[in-house]
Design a protein around this ligand. Sequence first.
Ligand code: HEC
Length: 134
Amino acid sequence: MARRFLPVLVAMALIAVGVGLLLGEQHERRSRLEDRVVAMTGGDPQAGRAAIQKRPCGSCHTIPGISGAKASVGPPLTQFGGRGYIAGRLENTPDNLVRWLKDPHQVDPQSAMPRMGIGEKEARDMAAYLYTLT
Ligand code: HEC
């Protein structure tokens, strides 16, 4: 009786190992990306995600990973990590992004994106999260 189930058990075990390997690899790729954005920005992507969730960013932007962030007043921040320019004005570097987040009007007084009183640390965290969007 038990013998009849042996092939099924073996197949299930193999599938479990396969799924495990796949998840492990995904996890590793994810943490490599996290290490990279931390090194780039000096910020913490998890804290940045929480800060973006708390601030009104999602009322103007579509932002992956932020619940309710489906607006289209500003450009979607989807794949922001691969974007060449910030708001079409600044080269997309970590320092320029931090500068933009702290005060968009310092870059362009006419920008519809408001100054939100974001400090250096919060801006670095947000930048770290935005660079995980690839
Ligand atoms: C009132 C609407 C509004 C809010 C709130 C807002 N933004 Fe923006 N954002 C804009 C607009 C409009 C632009 C395009 C600016 C321009 O081209 O001058 C923009 C541009 C950007 C860009 C550059 C995007 C690109 O593709 O170049 C980033 C990054 C960004 N916003 C992040 C944020 C974050 C993070 C928050 C929250 C802390 C936020 N924004 C809050 C309206 C908003």
